[in-house]
Design a binder for this molecule. Sequence first.
Ligand code: 6PG
Length: 247
Amino acid sequence: MTMTNTEVRILPSKDEVARQGAEEFLGAADEAIDANGAFSVALAGGSTPLGMYKLLAADPYVSRIPWERVLFFWGDERCVPPDHPDSNYGAAWDAFLSKLPLPGGNVHRMRGEIDPEAAAREYELLLDHHISGEPPRIDLILLGMGDDGHTASLFPHTAALDANERLVAPNYVPKLDSWRITFTETLLNEAHRVIFLVTGEGKAQALRAVLEGEPDSDTYPSQLVRPRNGHLLFLLDEPAASLLSNK
Ligand code: 6PG
């Protein structure tokens, strides 16, 4: 029997989304480290989580987390080198990880600079090595959502939506004419906790479709994210939640 515990939290501002995201990160880290001595977290790309990352790299959060026990992963990556302006790893490194007292061996980026299939396969092996569970059960996965309802690099009507025999898959995105590497539904839904951070009026239509629309995950891939035995939290600001009926 599977059970997803879902919570939708509507907050007054993007800053409050970032602050509550940081609080949730702290709570998840405390819980995992108390239970297992380590905390595995997969970071989201895009711009929304950057405010949360910056909070975590400063007081009061930076001094409340034993960073040497935190293992960092990414839920997706663009197929670019780590120093490319589009790199999710690069953005998180600049905003967050470079400011932490963190052993270098705790940061595990997807290698966007190599062949996408090889990078995906390499990352599956890396996750199997570092994280227990079959499939690996990541303690916390952070996700954003695009205005088309995509999450990670699971874009509407793309091949990776069906790659459920994989944990990590290469994905060609026609509308961007670019390759990505992404967690699949199988890996996402094995997580202990998943937190979506979604802000801005531009996301309102897709969010209504994802949360209240007819099941159509090929069009709105964020609908796929329902941890089989875990917690799903949506941290939303009021503009993003403005079209939801049961606010
Ligand atoms: C990426 C992200 C992607 C992102 C959404 C939202 O690699 O771009 O993984 O899924 O979370 O596109 O992006 P914003 O937060 O910038 O709106």
